[in-house]
Design a protein around this ligand. Sequence first.
Ligand SMILES: O=C(O)CCC(=O)C(=O)O
Length: 291
Amino acid sequence: MSDKRQRARVQGSWAKQLPRRTVPNIQATQDVAPPAASWGGGPQQTHQTFEFQQPSKPIRAVPPEKVIEQAGDYDISHGPSGVSSLRLQPGFLAPEEADWIFSKLLSELPWSQKTNYRPGQTYDEPRLTCWYGALPYTYSHSTMAANTQWHPLLASVRQAVEQASGRTFNSLLCNLYRDGHDGIGWHSDDEASLGVKPVIASLSLGDTRVFSLRKQPPPEESGDYTYVERVRVALSHGTLLLMSGATQDDWQHQVAKEYHDRGPRINLTFRTIHAEPEGHRPGTKLRFTAK
Ligand SMILES: O=C(O)CCC(=O)C(=O)O
C-alpha cells in the first residue's frame, strides 16, 4: 500500500496507529568497493546482488472498496452480529426544498463546538453540533444536555423521515461541517443509550461529502484494519441514508477531512435514545471509539 493511502486511512487524529509492517522478502547485499586510494579517482564502484526470500506469511490482497451510488437497499455484511444494512435514497428532498431547509438551519440552529475527552486529553470536535431530545446524549465522555425546543422545521423534517423509513425517532444530532477541514473520525454509534441494533436515519444538506464505512476486523487481526472490507457512499444535498441491523456492531463510519475546497454541509442524524439504567455510567460503549 502506498504511504499516501496508508496515511489517508488513519487521518482521523484518534484513529489507531497501524502496526509497522516489515517486508523482508527481498534482501539487498551490498559489496562496496574499497575507497579510492586518492582524491579524484573517478566514481566509486558498487555491486548489488538480491536474494529472494520466501515471505513467512502468504501475501494478502486488500479488498477493493465498494461504492454505493444508486438508490436501494444494501446488505453490506452477514455476521458476526447479524445482517448489516444500508438504505440509500438520493433526492429524498427536492433540490429547492433542500436549499431552503439548508439555509434556514444554517442560520437558525444554535450551533456550538463540543469539547470531548479521552485519557489525558481534551479536544474540540472539528465540526459544530446541536442536540434535540428529551434525554441528554453522552459520547466521548461529554454530554449534550436534553433540549425539547425542536425548531419547527426540524419537527416537520423528522415527520417526513419517519414516514419514509417506517421508524420513529425521539432525538436528533445535528452536525455542521463548515468546510473540508471539518470531519468526524472513525466510530460506531453504539452507546448503550441507543439500544441494541439501533436504526439511524441520516439526512444530508449542502455540499457533498464522502461517508466511508469499514468493517470491524476479526479478533485475530488485533485491531489492524488493513484487510477489512470498506464501503463508500457520496452523500449529496437532499440524500437520506438509513443504517440498520448490525451496522453499529460490525462496522465503523467516518466523514474524513478533505484537503480541497468544500462548502458547508449539514447532517441530521435521527436516533432513538433510551433512558440509561439506574447506576449506569452515561455514554458507555460496547467498544471504545471516540467521535
Ligand atoms: O455526517 C455524517 O454523514 C455522519 C455523522 C455521524 O457519523 C454521526 O453523527 O455519528
